[in-house]
Design a protein around this ligand. Structure first.
Ligand SMILES: [Zn+2]
Ligand SMILES: [Zn+2]
Length: 331
């Protein structure tokens, strides 16, 4: 059937309406392709932050269970990093066309700049199932605006020679509150509130599967909610800013805002994380979103390194197992 321009506009409007329809939390999802039952994996896709670091993609990771990927955040580069996890690391469920479930910690641009890519690229390349996205208030509006921004692209791809089915461009959005937000035969996902400066809502997520518990906080100051959510979890993924980074003079900060005050309101230092993790007691602490460089350069002798992170956390009294996450690491 050929879509007219008017029909196409109606379809797009329809898609926008679909994003407004609330899917039922906890409803079992069709989990698609299966691999042999195995260990739950945490796949780090992007371990960076707003800095356009070519070695670290924008914040994004996935919990992979029984061949299904549950994405958390979609920073810039998410689709290509997923493709790398699929092609180079052999994680079948990271095939970008197979990603259908995503959770969002908050709406900061470094965590969402990959959203148009996540919605559109797998659709163009053959995804035929709708994407389901769970996130804080504002996720629906962002989704609608992304689809509206690409209305002409969508019209041409659906009406033109490609004839891509518009139905599979659906994005089923659920704006969540703290508590159980998703469950299927693989996983239970529980959201907990985080504290991230002026954001009214931001969430961390705890994933419980048959063999593992994984807590992903997103950006946050240290909170009791994170300690409670982990409480001896297998893996805690948390951000950390080095004291060295905060203390260094002359850091690039054109706005000249008070970086220490900003960090205290929005983020977590290594010293604070050492105290938090000592109470949360994860089996493994994975550090991401850190202001570090993986390739120290002569022009940035004061830049923090992964070793600085580890040294500071241990010096602050944390004795547990801790690693600095890198893109495409799998735990
Ligand atoms: Zn961030
Ligand atoms: Zn943020």
């Amino acid at each position: 059937m050929r879509y007219t321009y008017t029909q196409s506009l109606q379809t797009i409007c329809c898609l926008l309406l679909l994003t407004a329809s609330i899917t039922v939390a906890g409803e079992a999802a069709d989990t698609g392709r299966k691999t042999a039952a195995g260990r739950t994996q945490l796949v780090l896709l992007g371990t960076g932050n707003p800095q356009p670091d070519p070695d670290r993609s924008g914040p994004s990771m996935a919990v992979v269970v029984n061949g299904t990927a549950y994405l958390v955040d979609f920073g810039p580069g998410v689709v290509r990093r997923a493709a790398a996890a699929f092609r180079d690391k052999g994680v079948q469920s990271m095939d970008p066309m197979a990603i259908r479930i995503a959770f969002l910690t908050h709406l900061h641009s470094d965590h969402t700049a990959g959203y148009p890519d996540l919605i559109l690229t797998p659709w163009v390349m053959g995804r035929r199932d709708p994407l389901r996205v769970y996130g804080p208030k504002g996720t629906r509006s962002m989704t609608d605006h992304v689809l509206a921004a690409y209305a002409e692209d969508i019209r041409i791809r659906t009406e033109g020679m490609e004839r891509i089915p518009p139905e599979s461009l659906q994005v089923q959005v659920q704006e969540i509150r703290a508590g159980l937000v998703y469950r299927d035969e693989n996983v239970r996902v529980t959201a907990f509130p985080t504290k991230h400066g002026d954001w009214k809502e931001s969430y961390g997520y705890r994933f419980d599967t048959a063999d593992r518990s994984i807590v992903i906080t997103g950006d946050t100051t240290p909170t009791q909610a994170t300690i409670d959510a982990c409480n001896g979890c297998d893996i805690l993924v948390h951000e950390a800013m080095t004291e060295k980074f905060l203390a260094r003079p002359g850091r690039p900060n054109p706005q000249r805002f008070d970086i220490k005050a900003y960090a205290a309101k929005y983020h977590t230092t290594t010293t604070q994380l050492a105290a938090l993790a000592s109470k949360a007691k994860p089996g493994l602490l994975v550090l991401v979103h850190n202001p570090i460089t993986l390739k120290p350069v002569a022009s940035r002798p004061l830049a923090s390194t992964p070793q600085d992170l580890l040294d500071e956390i241990q010096a602050a009294g944390y004795n547990g197992k801790v690693v600095v996450g890198r893109d495409l690491d799998i735990y």
